[in-house]
Design a protein around this ligand. Structure first.
Ligand SMILES: [Ca+2]
Length: 126
């Protein structure tokens, strides 16, 4: 876990503006089973190419910015708390950020990246 956070910080530079420990603490508290899966990585919210946010990361970012704006404050990623991030994760659970036919929650519960359309739970065979 410590290695993942360090790796994210090293590669992310200015791309990741939020404190990474808050993100991981929120992610693991919201979805405890994720801690031992591939989703316990930067790739849950970012692309490997230039470490930009993927569609799931962008949806979360939009939600967090709106939380700040709704209170009349300018969005400040350095002040996103674990609680705020958890609220954001919950709020985008029913969305299908990568448009692969599965909700973000279905993907989180089935070890599939919610921001990567080519990675999704198995589709039922009819
Ligand atoms: Ca997916």
């Amino acid at each position: 876990m410590k290695g993942i956070v360090v790796l994210c910080i090293l590669f992310a530079g200015n791309v990741l503006a939020m404190p990474n420990t808050e993100i991981y603490e929120a992610l693991f508290e919201q979805y405890p089973a994720v801690r031992k899966t591939k989703l316990a990585s930067c790739m849950t919210c970012h692309t490997i190419d230039k470490w930009q946010r993927n569609s799931y990361g962008r949806d979360l970012q939009v939600y967090l910015r709106k939380l700040f704006e709704d209170t009349g404050r300018a969005p400040d990623p350095s002040k996103y708390s674990k609680h705020m991030i958890m609220k954001g994760l919950k709020d985008i659970e029913l969305a299908d950020s990568d448009d692969d036919g599965f909700s973000n929650l279905e993907e989180m519960l089935n070890d599939a990246f919610p921001g990567e359309a080519s990675d999704h739970p198995e589709r039922p065979v009819w």
